[in-house]
Design a protein around this ligand. Sequence first.
Ligand code: MN
Ligand code: MN
Length: 307
Amino acid sequence: MFLRVDKLQIELPAPLKADPNAGAALQELLGGKYGEMSTLGNYMFQSFNFRSKHKLRPFYSLVAAITAEELGHVELVSNGVAMLNNGPDNDDDEVNGGDISDAPFADMADIRLAASFYSNGGGATPVNSNGASWNNDFITTTGNVVFDLLHNFHLECGARLHKLRVYESLTDPMGREVCGYLLVRGSVHAHAYALALKKITGVDIDKMLPTPNINLDKIPECQKYLGEGSHRKLYTFSENDYKETSSIWGNGEVALPGDPPGELHVVEGMPDGGKIHMLSGIPSAFSPDYAPEEMMEIAQKLYKASR
Ligand code: MN
Ligand code: MN
Protein backbone atom coordinates (compact mmCIF):
# COMPACT_ATOMS: atom_id res chain seq x y z
CA MET A 1 0.00 0.00 0.00
CA PHE A 2 0.95 3.60 -0.29
CA LEU A 3 1.40 6.43 2.21
CA ARG A 4 0.73 9.96 0.99
CA VAL A 5 2.78 13.03 1.99
CA ASP A 6 1.47 16.53 1.18
CA LYS A 7 4.68 17.76 -0.47
CA LEU A 8 6.41 17.68 -3.84
CA GLN A 9 9.71 15.79 -4.16
CA ILE A 10 11.58 19.09 -4.65
CA GLU A 11 11.17 22.81 -4.03
CA LEU A 12 10.06 24.45 -7.28
CA PRO A 13 10.47 28.15 -8.13
CA ALA A 14 7.24 29.90 -9.18
CA PRO A 15 6.85 30.28 -12.95
CA LEU A 16 7.64 33.75 -14.33
CA LYS A 17 4.38 34.06 -16.25
CA ALA A 18 1.32 32.11 -17.29
CA ASP A 19 2.35 30.14 -20.38
CA PRO A 20 -0.18 27.46 -21.36
CA ASN A 21 1.85 26.43 -24.40
CA ALA A 22 4.82 25.70 -22.11
CA GLY A 23 2.37 23.78 -19.91
CA ALA A 24 1.42 21.77 -22.98
CA ALA A 25 5.10 21.02 -23.67
CA LEU A 26 5.52 19.73 -20.11
CA GLN A 27 2.50 17.45 -20.65
CA GLU A 28 4.78 15.25 -22.80
CA LEU A 29 6.64 14.34 -19.58
CA LEU A 30 3.34 13.33 -17.98
CA GLY A 31 1.27 11.52 -20.60
CA GLY A 32 3.78 11.04 -23.44
CA LYS A 33 4.95 7.60 -24.56
CA TYR A 34 7.94 7.80 -22.19
CA GLY A 35 6.28 10.06 -19.60
CA GLU A 36 5.79 9.60 -15.87
CA MET A 37 2.42 7.86 -16.33
CA SER A 38 4.26 5.22 -18.39
CA THR A 39 7.09 4.67 -15.91
CA LEU A 40 4.58 4.58 -13.03
CA GLY A 41 2.22 2.21 -14.85
CA ASN A 42 4.95 -0.17 -15.95
CA TYR A 43 6.71 -0.51 -12.60
CA MET A 44 3.49 -0.53 -10.58
CA PHE A 45 1.87 -3.39 -12.48
CA GLN A 46 5.16 -5.27 -12.84
CA SER A 47 5.58 -5.08 -9.05
CA PHE A 48 1.98 -6.24 -8.46
CA ASN A 49 2.36 -9.13 -10.94
CA PHE A 50 5.90 -10.18 -9.90
CA ARG A 51 6.33 -13.98 -9.56
CA SER A 52 8.58 -15.50 -6.85
CA LYS A 53 8.76 -12.18 -5.01
CA HIS A 54 10.48 -13.76 -1.99
CA LYS A 55 13.11 -15.65 -3.95
CA LEU A 56 13.85 -12.71 -6.25
CA ARG A 57 13.49 -10.11 -3.51
CA PRO A 58 16.17 -7.54 -4.58
CA PHE A 59 14.71 -7.29 -8.10
CA TYR A 60 11.14 -7.08 -6.83
CA SER A 61 12.12 -4.45 -4.25
CA LEU A 62 13.91 -2.38 -6.89
CA VAL A 63 10.84 -2.20 -9.13
CA ALA A 64 8.53 -1.62 -6.13
CA ALA A 65 10.61 1.21 -4.64
CA ILE A 66 11.00 3.00 -7.98
CA THR A 67 7.22 2.71 -8.49
CA ALA A 68 6.66 4.96 -5.46
CA GLU A 69 9.16 7.52 -6.74
CA GLU A 70 7.41 7.58 -10.14
CA LEU A 71 4.06 8.32 -8.48
CA GLY A 72 5.76 11.37 -6.96
CA HIS A 73 7.07 12.31 -10.43
CA VAL A 74 3.52 12.18 -11.80
CA GLU A 75 2.59 14.56 -8.98
CA LEU A 76 5.58 16.84 -9.64
CA VAL A 77 4.99 17.16 -13.39
CA SER A 78 1.23 17.62 -12.89
CA ASN A 79 1.92 20.47 -10.47
CA GLY A 80 4.40 21.94 -12.95
CA VAL A 81 1.81 21.88 -15.75
CA ALA A 82 -0.86 23.52 -13.58
CA MET A 83 1.66 26.13 -12.36
CA LEU A 84 2.65 27.06 -15.92
CA ASN A 85 -1.03 27.40 -16.81
CA ASN A 86 -1.70 29.41 -13.63
CA GLY A 87 1.28 31.79 -13.73
CA PRO A 88 3.29 33.35 -10.87
CA ASP A 89 2.28 32.56 -7.27
CA ASN A 90 -0.58 34.77 -6.23
CA ASP A 91 -2.27 34.52 -2.84
CA ASP A 92 -5.02 36.87 -3.98
CA ASP A 93 -7.78 34.83 -5.50
CA GLU A 94 -9.77 36.78 -8.05
CA VAL A 95 -12.52 38.41 -5.96
CA ASN A 96 -15.50 38.22 -8.23
CA GLY A 97 -16.57 36.68 -11.47
CA GLY A 98 -15.91 39.84 -13.47
CA ASP A 99 -17.82 40.47 -16.69
CA ILE A 100 -18.03 37.10 -18.38
CA SER A 101 -19.80 38.70 -21.35
CA ASP A 102 -16.53 40.48 -22.18
CA ALA A 103 -14.76 37.28 -23.34
CA PRO A 104 -12.23 37.29 -20.43
CA PHE A 105 -10.68 34.07 -21.75
CA ALA A 106 -10.49 34.92 -25.46
CA ASP A 107 -6.78 33.97 -25.42
CA MET A 108 -7.65 30.41 -24.38
CA ALA A 109 -9.22 29.68 -27.78
CA ASP A 110 -5.74 29.87 -29.31
CA ILE A 111 -3.62 27.86 -26.85
CA ARG A 112 -2.38 24.54 -28.18
CA LEU A 113 -4.21 22.38 -25.62
CA ALA A 114 -7.45 24.37 -25.47
CA ALA A 115 -9.11 21.49 -23.59
CA SER A 116 -6.68 22.05 -20.72
CA PHE A 117 -8.67 25.23 -20.06
CA TYR A 118 -12.13 24.26 -21.33
CA SER A 119 -12.33 20.87 -19.60
CA ASN A 120 -9.64 20.99 -16.92
CA GLY A 121 -9.56 24.61 -15.71
CA GLY A 122 -5.81 24.83 -16.29
CA GLY A 123 -5.03 21.53 -14.58
CA ALA A 124 -2.98 18.58 -15.79
CA THR A 125 -4.41 15.28 -17.10
CA PRO A 126 -2.70 12.13 -18.45
CA VAL A 127 -2.36 13.29 -22.06
CA ASN A 128 0.73 14.10 -24.12
CA SER A 129 1.75 17.51 -25.46
CA ASN A 130 -0.79 17.18 -28.29
CA GLY A 131 -3.64 16.07 -26.03
CA ALA A 132 -3.55 12.38 -27.04
CA SER A 133 -4.62 10.20 -24.11
CA TRP A 134 -2.11 8.13 -22.24
CA ASN A 135 -3.28 4.52 -22.26
CA ASN A 136 -2.63 0.93 -21.24
CA ASP A 137 -0.72 0.19 -24.48
CA PHE A 138 2.24 1.98 -22.88
CA ILE A 139 2.44 -0.74 -20.20
CA THR A 140 4.62 -3.83 -20.51
CA THR A 141 4.35 -6.51 -17.83
CA THR A 142 5.34 -9.89 -19.23
CA GLY A 143 6.24 -11.86 -16.11
CA ASN A 144 9.72 -12.40 -17.60
CA VAL A 145 12.03 -10.50 -15.26
CA VAL A 146 14.86 -9.98 -17.76
CA PHE A 147 12.46 -8.82 -20.45
CA ASP A 148 10.65 -6.45 -18.07
CA LEU A 149 13.91 -4.97 -16.73
CA LEU A 150 15.14 -4.51 -20.30
CA HIS A 151 11.90 -2.74 -21.15
CA ASN A 152 12.36 -0.52 -18.07
CA PHE A 153 15.91 0.33 -19.17
CA HIS A 154 14.58 1.32 -22.61
CA LEU A 155 11.77 3.30 -20.97
CA GLU A 156 14.20 5.30 -18.82
CA CYS A 157 16.38 6.07 -21.87
CA GLY A 158 13.20 7.19 -23.66
CA ALA A 159 12.27 9.32 -20.66
CA ARG A 160 15.72 10.91 -20.85
CA LEU A 161 15.15 11.68 -24.55
CA HIS A 162 11.78 13.29 -23.69
CA LYS A 163 13.21 15.36 -20.85
CA LEU A 164 16.15 16.64 -22.88
CA ARG A 165 13.90 17.68 -25.78
CA VAL A 166 11.28 19.29 -23.54
CA TYR A 167 14.10 21.07 -21.67
CA GLU A 168 15.39 22.42 -25.00
CA SER A 169 11.93 23.80 -25.80
CA LEU A 170 11.37 25.62 -22.48
CA THR A 171 12.72 28.89 -21.10
CA ASP A 172 10.71 29.12 -17.86
CA PRO A 173 12.93 28.40 -14.81
CA MET A 174 10.23 26.27 -13.15
CA GLY A 175 9.73 24.08 -16.21
CA ARG A 176 13.49 23.72 -16.54
CA GLU A 177 13.85 22.81 -12.84
CA VAL A 178 11.34 19.97 -13.31
CA CYS A 179 13.34 18.69 -16.30
CA GLY A 180 16.69 19.06 -14.52
CA TYR A 181 15.58 17.12 -11.45
CA LEU A 182 13.86 14.40 -13.46
CA LEU A 183 16.93 14.01 -15.67
CA VAL A 184 19.03 13.24 -12.60
CA ARG A 185 16.46 10.84 -11.15
CA GLY A 186 15.83 9.17 -14.52
CA SER A 187 19.57 8.60 -14.84
CA VAL A 188 19.47 6.82 -11.48
CA HIS A 189 16.66 4.58 -12.67
CA ALA A 190 18.32 3.75 -16.00
CA HIS A 191 21.53 2.96 -14.10
CA ALA A 192 19.65 0.85 -11.53
CA TYR A 193 17.90 -1.26 -14.19
CA ALA A 194 21.23 -1.66 -16.02
CA LEU A 195 22.88 -2.93 -12.82
CA ALA A 196 19.97 -5.31 -12.17
CA LEU A 197 20.34 -6.72 -15.68
CA LYS A 198 24.10 -7.02 -15.17
CA LYS A 199 23.58 -9.03 -11.97
CA ILE A 200 21.34 -11.50 -13.81
CA THR A 201 22.97 -11.73 -17.24
CA GLY A 202 26.57 -10.56 -16.73
CA VAL A 203 26.15 -8.06 -19.59
CA ASP A 204 27.65 -4.62 -18.88
CA ILE A 205 24.59 -2.78 -20.16
CA ASP A 206 25.50 0.19 -17.90
CA LYS A 207 28.27 0.98 -20.41
CA MET A 208 25.55 2.19 -22.81
CA LEU A 209 24.76 5.06 -20.44
CA PRO A 210 24.05 7.87 -20.80
CA THR A 211 21.65 7.44 -23.74
CA PRO A 212 21.10 9.97 -25.32
CA ASN A 213 24.78 10.71 -24.84
CA ILE A 214 24.54 14.11 -23.12
CA ASN A 215 26.15 14.28 -19.71
CA LEU A 216 24.26 15.88 -16.83
CA ASP A 217 27.10 18.39 -16.34
CA LYS A 218 25.88 20.12 -19.55
CA ILE A 219 22.60 21.09 -17.85
CA PRO A 220 22.77 23.94 -15.27
CA GLU A 221 19.55 22.82 -13.54
CA CYS A 222 21.10 19.39 -12.79
CA GLN A 223 24.12 20.77 -10.91
CA LYS A 224 22.45 21.32 -7.54
CA TYR A 225 21.16 17.74 -7.52
CA LEU A 226 24.53 16.33 -8.60
CA GLY A 227 26.16 18.37 -5.81
CA GLU A 228 23.79 16.76 -3.30
CA GLY A 229 24.74 13.35 -4.66
CA SER A 230 21.17 12.66 -5.86
CA HIS A 231 22.63 10.67 -8.79
CA ARG A 232 24.05 8.19 -6.25
CA LYS A 233 20.89 7.81 -4.13
CA LEU A 234 18.03 5.38 -4.52
CA TYR A 235 15.12 5.90 -2.11
CA THR A 236 13.06 3.05 -0.66
CA PHE A 237 10.03 5.35 -0.11
CA SER A 238 9.23 3.11 2.84
CA GLU A 239 9.98 3.05 6.56
CA ASN A 240 10.99 -0.60 6.74
CA ASP A 241 10.65 -2.27 3.34
CA TYR A 242 12.59 -2.59 0.07
CA LYS A 243 16.05 -2.33 1.73
CA GLU A 244 17.20 -5.28 -0.40
CA THR A 245 17.67 -2.84 -3.29
CA SER A 246 21.07 -2.09 -1.72
CA SER A 247 22.38 -5.41 -3.08
CA ILE A 248 21.92 -3.93 -6.58
CA TRP A 249 22.27 -0.16 -5.88
CA GLY A 250 25.33 -0.36 -3.63
CA ASN A 251 27.69 -3.26 -3.03
CA GLY A 252 30.67 -1.16 -4.20
CA GLU A 253 28.96 0.04 -7.39
CA VAL A 254 29.88 3.64 -8.28
CA ALA A 255 28.50 6.67 -10.17
CA LEU A 256 28.60 6.71 -13.98
CA PRO A 257 31.91 7.96 -15.47
CA GLY A 258 30.60 11.41 -16.56
CA ASP A 259 29.00 12.21 -13.16
CA PRO A 260 30.60 13.32 -9.85
CA PRO A 261 32.30 10.18 -8.46
CA GLY A 262 31.31 8.18 -5.41
CA GLU A 263 29.59 5.01 -4.28
CA LEU A 264 25.94 4.32 -4.86
CA HIS A 265 23.77 3.94 -1.78
CA VAL A 266 20.17 3.29 -0.78
CA VAL A 267 18.35 5.89 1.35
CA GLU A 268 15.64 4.44 3.61
CA GLY A 269 12.65 6.72 3.25
CA MET A 270 12.06 9.64 0.92
CA PRO A 271 13.61 12.99 -0.02
CA ASP A 272 12.88 16.03 2.22
CA GLY A 273 10.71 17.50 -0.52
CA GLY A 274 9.33 20.98 -1.09
CA LYS A 275 6.09 22.88 -0.77
CA ILE A 276 3.09 22.56 -3.04
CA HIS A 277 2.41 25.96 -4.62
CA MET A 278 -1.09 27.43 -4.35
CA LEU A 279 -3.11 27.90 -7.52
CA SER A 280 -5.25 31.06 -7.61
CA GLY A 281 -9.01 30.81 -7.48
CA ILE A 282 -10.60 32.18 -10.66
CA PRO A 283 -14.35 32.66 -10.16
CA SER A 284 -14.75 33.89 -13.75
CA ALA A 285 -13.63 30.39 -14.82
CA PHE A 286 -15.94 28.89 -12.13
CA SER A 287 -12.92 27.51 -10.23
CA PRO A 288 -13.54 26.61 -7.46
CA ASP A 289 -16.93 28.17 -8.21
CA TYR A 290 -18.59 31.40 -9.26
CA ALA A 291 -19.08 32.61 -5.66
CA PRO A 292 -16.35 30.96 -3.54
CA GLU A 293 -16.96 32.95 -0.32
CA GLU A 294 -19.55 30.52 0.99
CA MET A 295 -17.33 27.50 0.30
CA MET A 296 -14.45 29.18 2.12
CA GLU A 297 -16.67 29.96 5.10
CA ILE A 298 -17.81 26.32 5.26
CA ALA A 299 -14.19 25.14 4.99
CA GLN A 300 -13.17 27.46 7.84
CA LYS A 301 -15.91 26.06 10.08
CA LEU A 302 -14.93 22.46 9.28
CA TYR A 303 -11.27 23.21 9.92
CA LYS A 304 -12.06 24.78 13.31
CA ALA A 305 -14.26 21.81 14.25
CA SER A 306 -11.37 19.42 13.50
CA ARG A 307 -8.96 21.11 15.96
MN1 MN B 1 10.13 9.47 -13.44
MN1 MN C 1 12.23 6.88 -13.75
